[in-house]
Design a protein around this ligand. Structure first.
Ligand SMILES: *[C@@H]1O[C@H](CO)[C@@H](O)[C@H](O)[C@H]1NC(C)=O
Length: 185
């Protein structure tokens, strides 16, 4: 067998570099999610990695970048849920109790949108305490929305999965900010 040519050696080492680089950067997602799930039992490791990995450019992101990505995930989820609730409310045959709950949820999610936007601004300026307050209010909104349905026996919330997603993504934001604070202090 001929010895490998210099150019093929170069190609192989470049390839290794790419693979290695890919591995180290996705390790940050895994590392972050490991810490998040230890930090808060509401955050499931697989939910965390799947959510972050699906986001554009997350493989290249550092800690701060992952924080921003997770806030964006919250924003997308909140905006999408607000829209979904509006659609549900168009149904004329809704049970009056469910309608009442959905109207409350619409208010809660509508208020949550400016909260997430403010959280983004605070986060970008590294005002983590202020960002924390805003994101916590989003978590409260998701919880209050879900609790509304639970108050009446036999009611099934049509928003359980969405409320859970918003809650869990927000918890990830809080946990990542917690990490950022302990790194910078
Ligand atoms: C909301 O978050 C979940 C979990 O990351 C994700 O699967 C879903 O696609 C998100 N929805 C939107 C509209 O971004």
């Amino acid at each position: 067998m001929r010895p490998p040519s210099p150019s093929s050696l170069l190609l192989i080492s470049l390839l290794c570099l790419f693979i290695f680089h890919g591995a180290t950067s996705s390790n940050l997602i895994q590392e972050t999610c490991k810490t998040c799930s230890k930090d808060n039992p509401n955050i499931k490791y697989n939910f965390c990695t799947t959510s972050l990995q699906a986001a554009p450019a997350s493989q290249c992101a550092g800690h701060h970048g992952l924080g921003m990505i997770s806030i964006r995930l919250v924003r997308n989820n909140v905006t999408d849920t607000q829209c979904h609730v509006k659609q549900l409310l168009k149904n004329k045959k809704l049970d009056p109790y469910v309608r009442g709950c959905l109207e409350d949820c619409l208010d809660l999610y509508s208020d949550a949108i400016p909260s997430v936007k403010q959280a983004m601004e605070h986060f970008n300026s590294q005002r983590y305490t202020d960002a924390n307050t805003q994101i916590s209010s989003v978590m409260d909104a998701a919880t209050t929305c879900e609790d509304g349905f639970r108050e009446k026996k036999g009611m099934v919330s049509p928003l359980t999965k969405r409320n859970k997603n918003t809650f869990e993504l927000s918890a990830m934001v809080l946990s990542i900010m917690h990490m950022l604070q302990s790194v910078s202090n």
